[in-house]
Structures are given as C-alpha cells and as structure tokens.
Design a protein around this ligand. Structure first.
Ligand SMILES: [Zn+2]
Length: 210
C-alpha cells in the first residue's frame, strides 16, 4: 500500500512554507510511481510564492510490484532501519530487495529494473567499461556512473567538469549474464554497487572471460 503524509518544507529562496506529500512507501498501484521516481519528480517540490523548485529527501520504500523488487531509499542515517525493515519482509517476499543511500541511485535502479535488466549484471558491465576508460579518465574527478535508459541505453560518466556518455553494449551484457548465470541465481544482497561488483569479480570462481 502506498502511504502518503502531508509535510512542509521551508523554501530555501524566499522562506515561504511549502506543503508537499511525503511517501513512507509507494508502490506501482500508483501509475506514476515509476516515471516520477525515474524523473525525480516524486521528490520535487515547488514554492507557490516564488516558483523555486527544490528537492526533498527522506526514507522511502519503493515496492515495484511490476518488476518484483523492493528498493529502500535510506537517507544514510536510516541504513540500519532499512535493513531491519527488509529483513522482516524477506521471508515472505519472493522478489529482489535493495537499499540505496541516495536518490540518484534510486532513480538508476528503478530505470534498470524498468528496462528489464539485472542491476548486478549492469554493475559488472559498468566496471568493465570503467576499466576501459581508465586512461581517458586519469586525473579527472569521477562523481558517479549511471545507467541511462532509452532505445539505446548508455552509461552516464559524471565528472566534476561535466558528463560523458558511453553506449551500453547489450551483447556484452548478455555475455556477462550468461557467464554468471549460476552465481547470480540467488539474489540476497541489499547493496549492489561498484564495490559489490569488484568483490564479486575478485572471487576466484567468478573469473571474467572476455
Ligand atoms: Zn519561495
């Protein structure tokens, strides 16, 4: 069930009190849940007085019933609470469970699952792409790498001075998926990110064949 609550925030520009809907949990019974999470609109509030748009952040459990995944957006302080909440559901819930610590990652995960992909395969692929870009990226400050959906999906390589885009090779994706089908048949990790992919690939039985 989607659980909304009326909340207020102070406009950072003019000081007006802005009312907004805070969601403790949201699920895909709300038709706009996925698009609004991916676009960031769910967390956007607009000041009625001066028109300034700002983003709010709070813990939110997103239950994507279409793609069978629960993603907990834990503002970092809530990571333990998020873990407890997912632990208590896990025995009854057959789908995937994830914890993310920022909205960019929430948006990215929602996009990945909405495209019908596995975020673990995507993180492994990202790691390979980043290794290939290593020389080009030398000396630049990397802010993050994000999956961008579309007819031709890409990775956004976000640098301090701007973003670059690298096409996602679906052929390579399928090859990774195939290679690790067995190892990835159980899915019980909450945190799937670049650290997870590094740890996964450094295990002797998960040697990548390219
Ligand atoms: Zn304002």
């Amino acid at each position: 069930m989607s659980k909304p609550e009326k909340q207020t925030v102070t406009c950072p520009k003019c000081g007006e009190t802005i009312a907004f809907t805070l969601w403790h949990s949201i699920n895909t019974d709300m038709p706009e849940a996925i698009p609004d999470i991916i676009s960031g609109k769910l967390f956007e509030v607009e000041c009625k007085k001066c028109g300034y748009k700002t983003h709010v952040n709070y813990p939110l459990l997103f239950n994507d019933m279409i793609h069978q995944v629960m993603i907990y957006n834990a503002v970092p302080e809530n990571a333990r609470e998020a873990g407890d909440a997912l632990n208590s559901m896990k025995t009854l819930y057959p789908g995937r469970t994830r914890i993310v610590l920022d909205q960019s990652t929430l948006r990215e995960k929602a996009s990945i699952f909405n495209t019908g992909l596995d975020d673990r395969v995507t993180e492994i692929l990202k790691l390979i792409v980043m290794a290939q870009l290593q020389e080009q990226l030398a000396g630049k400050k990397l802010m993050g790498v994000y999956f961008i959906p579309g007819d031709e999906p890409s990775f956004e390589v976000a640098l301090e001075e701007g973003s670059g885009y690298v096409p996602v090779s679906m052929e390579m994706y399928r090859s990774i998926e195939e290679q690790f089908r067995k190892q990835l048949s159980t899915d019980d990790e909450y945190y799937i990110n670049q650290d997870w992919a590094l740890t996964f690939l450094s295990s002797p039985q998960n040697q990548l064949q390219q």
